[in-house]
Design a protein around this ligand. Sequence first.
Ligand code: 4NP
Length: 179
Amino acid sequence: MAYRYLLSVNCHLSTIHHPSAIFACMKVLMVCLGNICRSPLAEGILQQKAKEAGLTWKVDSAGTGNYHIGEPPHHLSQKVARLNGIDIAYQRCRQFHPNDMDQFDLIYVMDHDNYQDVKRMSGDKWNESKIRLIFNEINNSNDPVPDPWYGTEKDYHHVFALLTTACENIIQKYSQSNK
Ligand code: 4NP
């Protein structure tokens, strides 16, 4: 199975010898433009869902832009996450780095611009098999996750709901072989 080959590269040796646990150690990176609105929510949601499913995944997020490096997530992302029982206040914005292509098994982008920017920034390290539009995990469409940056709290709730569905589907898809 293609995923098994891909993921086994980054997995601990013990899981390589136990293919049924091959997805137990996945490393997933969530990417948006600012790493301040959407991808911090995606990181927090997937981290919590993985924990609930008993998976020790490494989940991180990054931005293609450098506008907010070192800042915590947007206050409305923090608020909406908190209202849903998820703390993302500890997160700090960082920029995508080409080495992320090697470090992570799967990289989810929020929209088509993120995809093109990650491709451009990755240079020689670009690996198309690792990158997905996160909306593909919701309904197989190529829709973007709308950027709430200029929006209201309602827009952040909408993004939270979309990302929750995507993360639930990601967990279901990649944890099946652990059961
Ligand atoms: P994000 O939203 O990509 O979901 O974090 C944005 C945050 C900041 C900016 C753009 C988008 N900005 O231009 O500063």
